[in-house]
Design a protein around this ligand. Structure first.
Ligand code: COA
Length: 165
C-alpha cells in the first residue's frame, strides 16, 4: 500500500518552519497533500486564497507536494484523498497537549488514520505565524523566517519595509 500523507494547517502565513517540514516529509512520502484550512477558529490575516497561493509559491520546487484549500472536517479530506497519514509538526512541549488531543480526536473520527509528528528543525523551533505577523507589523525583519513572497505580502499589508530603511 502506498502511504499518502496530508499536512494540514491554517498557514496564516506559511513560515520557513512549515516549508522545512514539508520538504522533509516529501523526502519520505511519495505524495504530501498540503491542505490549507478555509474555516478556522482563528481570524486569519490573509484570505484562504492568499494563504494557498503563498504555500504554492513556497513549495513549487517540491514535486511531491500538492497544495489545496479545504473546508470542513479534516478526516473527510483523509477519506477523499485515500490518505492514511496526517503529519503535524512539534516545536516544543507546549505544542504537545493540543496536538495529542487533535490526533486522538481525528483517530476517533477515522480509526484508520495515523498522525505522525515531526520535531521541527532547531533553527525554526521558535518561529510561529503569530510572531512573524507581530514582528512584521512592528517594522521588524522577518526575511530569515518566511519565504521571500510571504515577507513581501506581510510588508505590503502592513505598509512597512525594513530592508528599505
Ligand atoms: N514551524 C513553524 N511554525 C509551526 C510549525 C513548524 N513546523 N508547526 C506549527 N507551527 C505554528 C504555526 O505557525 C501556528 O502558529 P500560530 O498559532 O502562532 O499561528 C501554529 O503552530 C499552528 O498552526 P498550523 O500549523 O497552521 O496549524 P493549525 O493548528 O492552525 O491547524 C487545523 C489546525 C487546520 C489542522 C485544524 O484546526 C483542523 O483540522 N481543522 C479542520 C476541522 C476539523 O477537522 N476539526 C477537528 C479537529 S480534531
Amino acid at each position: 500500500m502506498e502511504n499518502i500523507a496530508i499536512y494540514p494547517g491554517t498557514f496564516d502565513p506559511i513560515t520557513n518552519g512549515h516549508v522545512d517540514l514539508i520538504r522533509r516529509a516529501t523526502a519520505i512520502f511519495p505524495r504530501v497533500h498540503v491542505l490549507v484550512a478555509a474555516d478556522t477558529k482563528k481570524t486569519p490575516m490573509f484570505s484562504a486564497e492568499e494563504r494557498c497561493e503563498m504555500v504554492k509559491e513556497a513549495v513549487k520546487d517540491l514535486d511531491r507536494a500538492v497544495v489545496e484549500i479545504f473546508n470542513g472536517l479534516l478526516v473527510e479530506q483523509v477519506r477523499r484523498l485515500s490518505a492514511n497519514i496526517i503529519i503535524r509538526g512539534l516545536r516544543a512541549v507546549s505544542d504537545f497537549e493540543y496536538e495529542s488531543q487533535m490526533a486522538l480526536m481525528n483517530k476517533r473520527l477515522h480509526p484508520e488514520v495515523e498522525t505522525f509528528f515531526m520535531i521541527s528543525t532547531e533553527e525554526y523551533a521558535y518561529v510561529s505565524s503569530s510572531f512573524v505577523k507581530e514582528i512584521a507589523g512592528l517594522g521588524g525583519e522577518v526575511g530569515s523566517m518566511v519565504p521571500p513572497g510571504v515577507a513581501r505580502m506581510l510588508y505590503s499589508r502592513y505598509g512597512s519595509n525594513p530592508a528599505g530603511r
